[in-house]
Design a protein around this ligand. Structure first.
Ligand SMILES: *[C@@H]1O[C@H](CO)[C@@H](O)[C@H](O)[C@H]1NC(C)=O
Ligand SMILES: *[C@@H]1O[C@H](CO)[C@@H](O)[C@H](O)[C@H]1NC(C)=O
Length: 422
């Protein structure tokens, strides 16, 4: 845990009430009950994973069209699985999830890179006022966490772009500090064999959560949000890199992306670069706030898929089944499919609350078809994902308030896995 829990509960509650009164619902939308979110008090009473569920659970598959069509869902106390009162949950087949050792700290908006049997997990918010500055490593061979080491002091703590060539991890831009602070253009490279960090040529201007990939010997950085955290950027730069070093002294301007914004999945498959989902707009710092307090702004979440190939022209591929954002580290490439865990979708049309996604979706790259291949133990965004030896793993992020309420609440470090059969 990043900070002690429970000691100042009443102070936190008072603090929370004052904040809610003073700032309206903005605070509640973003962090839900954030002053309490590290508490383990139970807020679930259903058969979607409880706070302390058994080590393995089965999520029943009960396709319920009412949740798709926007009709009110089953009552909270109804027997059986309760779906949220949104149009957003999609029916999906049964999956058995096994609970693994939790990460040493809970993380929201962290970053993750898998290299062989190791998942490197970076940075992230522990709470809205506290960000992590270290790396934790999960070993898929013996299913343990270990190997913690520090990040450079100047490295961003969330909204990072990140990609690996199998040894070197390229770390690009991102938000520096907690709340809704400014971004840094500072870039780094981690040599995972020596655990040494090196500087990399800074971006021309900083970004929040740009799509980042290695393609044809170049580090590509696209979109993201501009310096105010909200305005979508469409710029696209690249830099020739090899073995952790830049072989050029300037970022090259590349073809701009048709739609800008942060929090997209970005992959290279079969020598094609793809950018998936994301959003336009994001929370931004309240003007004049000395702590850069986050305040909610208009957001549009989308499910667009764009591809670059030999023609150096963006092509449009079939969209996701529903809009999905906060998925930059939520995907794994398995048997020529992308598997994506959780995310956020469009806000609830009535309550205007944020809505998290609880599905595991597949994008089959042979057929370019999207499908739901299962339900997660709960809805969750900014998951960090890996795949090893037939098992699909996810850890971290911010989960929902419960089966009947898809809005975000607790920041988690839990690790889960399921056996994939595509
Ligand atoms: C991961 O676990 C395997 C099996 O216990 C072990 O052989 C290997 O050394 C571990 N790797 C690291 C980097 O700790
Ligand atoms: C991937 O394909 C191989 C070969 O067809 C198969 O053995 C394996 O089970 C597949 N993996 C998954 C996760 O479906």
């Amino acid at each position: 845990m990043g900070r002690p829990v429970g000691k100042h509960k009443s102070a936190r509650l008072v603090f929370g009430c004052v904040l809610l009164l003073g700032c309206g619902l903005v605070y509640d939308y973003f962090w839900a009950a954030s002053p309490r979110f590290t508490s383990s008090s139970s807020f679930l009473s259903s058969n979607w994973a409880a706070d302390n569920p058994p080590s393995s659970i089965t999520v029943p598959s009960t396709p319920d069209r009412s949740s798709l069509e926007g009709r009110p869902a089953a009552r909270d106390d109804a027997p059986g699985r309760v779906l949220s009162a949104t149009f957003a949950d999609l029916p999906g087949p049964e999956l058995k999830w096994e609970r693994m050792a939790p990460a040493p700290v809970p993380r929201l908006d962290g970053a993750a890179i898998q290299i062989k049997n190791l998942l490197y997990v970076f940075a992230g918010y522990g709470t809205i006022d506290f960000v992590h500055s270290h790396v934790d490593i999960y070993n898929f061979s013996d299913n343990t966490w270990g190997g913690r080491f520090d990040m450079p002091k100047e490295m961003a703590h969330s909204h990072l772009g990140m990609v690996t060539d199998g040894r070197y991890i390229y770390v690009v831009t991102g938000q520096y500090g907690p709340q809704c602070r400014g971004p840094t253009a500072h870039n780094f490279v981690l040599d995972t064999e020596t655990k040494q960090w090196h500087d990399l040529l800074p971006l021309p201007v900083p970004r929040y959560a740009p799509a980042t990939q290695l393609w044809r010997g170049r580090l590509h950085v696209m979109g993201g949000s501009k310096e105010n955290r909200h305005t979508p950027a469409v710029e696209h730069w690249s830099l020739a890199v090899k073995d952790g070093k830049a072989s050029e002294t300037e970022w090259r301007n590349e073809i701009t992306i048709p739609r800008g914004g942060p929090h997209r999945a970005c992959v290279v498959v079969d020598d094609r670069l793809m950018v998936i989902g994301g959003q336009e707009g994001d929370f931004m710092a309240k003007p004049g706030s000395p702590i850069f307090k986050c305040s909610r702004r208009k957001e549009v979440v989308y499910g667009d898929v764009y591809m670059l190939d030999d023609e150096n022209k963006w092509k449009v591929l079939p969209s996701m089944i529903k809009p999905n954002s906060h998925i930059e580290f939520a995907w794994a490439h398995v048997n020529n499919s992308l598997i994506i865990a959780g995310g956020t979708t469009e806000k609830h049309p009535m309550t205007k609350k944020m809505v998290l996604n609880g599905e595991l979706v597949q994008f089959n790259l042979d057929t370019l078809k999207w499908s739901v291949i299962g339900k997660l133990p709960y809805r969750v965004k900014t998951t960090l994902v890996g795949f090893w030896d037939g098992w699909f793993y996810f850890t971290s992020g911010q989960r929902d308030k419960g089966p009947a309420d898809p809005s975000p609440k607790k920041v988690i470090g839990e690790m889960w896995r399921t056996k994939l059969r595509l």
